[in-house]
Write a protein that binds this ligand. Sequence first.
Ligand code: KG4
Ligand code: ZN
Length: 347
Amino acid sequence: SRNITILGLESSCDDTAAAIVRTRDDAAPEILSSVVAGQTALHADYGGVVPEIAARAHTEKLDLCVEEALEDAGLSLRDLDAIAVTAGPGLIGGVLAGVMTAKGLSAATGLPLIGVNHLAGHALTPRLTGDADYPYLMLLVSGGHCQFLVAEGPETFRRLGGTIDDAPGEAFDKAARLLGLPQPGGPSVEREAAKGDAGRFRLPRPLLDRPGADLSFSGLKTALLRERDKLVAAQGGITKQDRADLCAAFQAAVVDVLAEKSRRALVDYLALNPPAPLFAVAGGVAANTAIRAALETVSANLGTAFIAPPLALCTDNAAMIAWAGIERFRAGHRDDMTLAARPRWPL
Ligand code: KG4
Ligand code: ZN
């Protein structure tokens, strides 16, 4: 059986990453190296990712990340079969930086170039970390995305629903900002929620009254703001306990919405009669213990296996891009120097 070894590049948001993944026809894929250079500190003063700063940092760091990924894997460019790169969706400056780097490597070595959809990278991760067979249901839940996808093949995704406004990670980040907690907001809010009483404030469960698996999170943030302002008006500020209780109420609302919408998406997916039903979650928000537990319960109630990849492969990384590249490579897909960077690229 033949080895396929692919270098993946990722630079669509605020992480610069390079990784090498190798596969054999019959064995589990192997992550030979995975380098991620984050930019949290660069954007800390701005309360969010600044596209120009991100693009410049990607341009500065991509070559180093590639060198490090090769070195960690003990390989040289000669040992590779192809270069895979995130070609969208994402911040255009960052995506361009990655695509230019990949084209340079491809031109210098003659290796084929493979453009990968960042969302496909997340959605195919269960096949990198475990033996997920098509079709499986995927909840992709991060700072920028929230959608239910049935993965039917490396390039075939059936969308069962998604957010109509904010992504949950974005909602966690905004909630943290409203309550004076540090970014990224998800971990801060989760930490506070553990000390709070989720029953003290009643926040809405947006869209649960409507059928289907579409979600909404922006109203939740507005409702949180209103509760905070009521406290400020009544007592001149909020106490530590108020803050913990607000975090607990907010997280409970997100958990309820994600759990009920997951249940509905799962019912739709099970109607396709998959031979080995599987529900998987990926994206930074999948790091939340309460959310993971709720999704696991929903799956168990419907007799479906559940997997959440290790955290480092849930958040943005290049191993998932290398892996998606391998799947496309196997399917015979090749790109050339006309490969474009796409800020928008729905699956
Ligand atoms: O996938 P990711 O690293 O980047 C993209 O958005 O593509 O996700 C980052 C998001 C942030 O919004 C962050 O607040 C959220 O994931 N997050 C969490 C937790 N850890 C990270 N949200 C809720 N609970 C967490 N423990
Ligand atoms: Zn992502």
